[in-house]
Design a protein around this ligand. Structure first.
Ligand code: MLT
Length: 385
């Protein structure tokens, strides 16, 4: 039975998803699977038995993806499972971006014990006049599950919404409110009063908000970043806030230089901190691990293609391989040469890696499996019978 190591506290609902006999604890040795939230795995040993790592959340920058990929370890995330929680925080931050509510609440605290309090309140409140969001333009950068949810909710609140995503999926497009206009990045930067960013942190997106980006934005705009702190260059943010280019910067990722800066609101990474989101993420991550461990099915992986089919034949062989010419035919030839009929074959690639599910009419011998394992460009082979 499989052993799953948890590297963070994970909602109890995950337990219900594991078949009887699975071990799921923080003390597991030589795990088949790992489940984590924000634990930094970059220096963590990857044992040879490890088949998969599942992040109960969207971002995977705390996981050494290239090292996992090279060892044939599938990395899963849980797209959409915390989308509602993050969407609700963004909606709250849109209001905090338009109105000076945070500063005003702090100011009211200074009035404790004041004689004639209501007069003092009425006199001082003019410093905290703000804007409404209805009728303003919101730019949503990244239209994955969270971006789409935010865009639709903002359209419902009467904002004009411009969305940008060079990798917009068919599902994302289908779920997008018809009032959301999908445009180029420059159009978003030029026209938005508010911008919210929902993209993963990668070498391409790191510091995507920098002095050049801010120069293209409207004066007095509001930037909301609940994705990862490194998407914005802090020094450029502080300069933009200082010059008035940004009226406010709101982030779920505090850094020392941002804390306490005027017109910067730092939230302590609360985007997905609701029991509802934690339950959803834990259950989805557990289901992904179980389906991979038990059936070889891959759903929502960030480093291997999604390849998934119901089990319908006597045996299944799953082969992880390099995405290069000739490998598929060598694998199928090894099976056919052993006189085994291939009932179904699925093979998909993601960048330079590929994954094959071969459903067979009979179980291949150890010799055939060893032959496939020995093929050049084959990374990992698993057999289910
Ligand atoms: C995510 O990556 O899903 C969010 O930042 C929330 C989290 O890290 O748990």
């Amino acid at each position: 039975m499989a052993k799953i190591l948890k590297l963070n506290e994970i909602s109890e609902v995950a337990n219900k998803e594991f078949p009887a006999g699975y071990e799921f604890s923080a003390d597991v040795k030589a795990p088949d699977g790992i489940m984590l939230r924000s634990f930094n795995m970059h220096e963590y040993p990857l044992n040879d038995e490890l088949l998969a790592v599942a992040r109960a959340g969207a971002g995977t920058n705390n996981i050494p993806i290239p090292a996992c990929t090279e060892k044939g370890i599938v990395v899963f995330n849980t797209p959409g499972a915390n989308a509602n929680a993050v969407k609700e925080l963004v909606i709250c931050e849109l209001f905090l971006g338009g109105r000076k509510i945070v500063d005003a609440i702090e100011w009211v605290k200074t009035l404790k014990g004041t004689e004639g309090l209501s007069k003092a309140v009425e006199k001082g409140k003019s410093k905290f006049v703000g804007h409404e969001i209805t009728g303003k333009t919101l730019g949503v950068i990244g239209l994955g599950a969270i971006g789409v949810a935010v865009a639709n909710a903002a359209a419902g609140l009467g904002m004009k919404v411009l969305g940008y995503d060079p990798y917009l999926s068919v599902s994302g497009a289908l779920h997008l409110d018809t009032r959301v206009e999908v445009v180029g990045l420059e159009t978003v930067l030029k026209n938005a009063n508010f911008i919210t960013v929902h993209v993963p942190l990668t070498p391409d997106t790191e510091k995507m908000f920098n002095a050049d980006t801010f120069a293209k934005m409207k004066d007095g705009s509001v930037l909301i970043n609940n994705s990862r702190g490194e998407l914005a260059d802090s020094a450029a943010v502080l300069a933009a806030v200082e010059s008035g280019k940004l009226e406010r910067y709101i982030t779920d990722f505090p850094s020392d230089d941002l804390i306490g800066a005027k017109n910067v609101i730092c939230v302590p990474h609360l985007g997905a901190s609701t029991p509802e989101a934690e339950d959803n993420c834990a259950a989805m991550a557990a289901r992904e691990l179980v389906d991979y461990i038990e059936n070889g099915n891959i759903t929502h992986s960030v480093n291997f293609p999604d390849v998934c089919a119901p089990r319908a034949s006597a045996a299944r062989v799953c082969v992880m391989h390099e995405n290069v010419e000739g490998v598929i035919s060598k694998i199928t030839s090894a099976v056919s040469a052993a006189g085994i009929n291939i009932a179904n074959l699925l093979d998909k690639s993601k960048k330079d890696k590929a994954y094959m599910i071969l459903d067979l009419d009979s179980k291949p011998s150890d010799k055939v499996v060893k032959e496939i394992e020995a093929l050049d460009k084959v990374i990992r082979v698993r057999v289910f019978a």
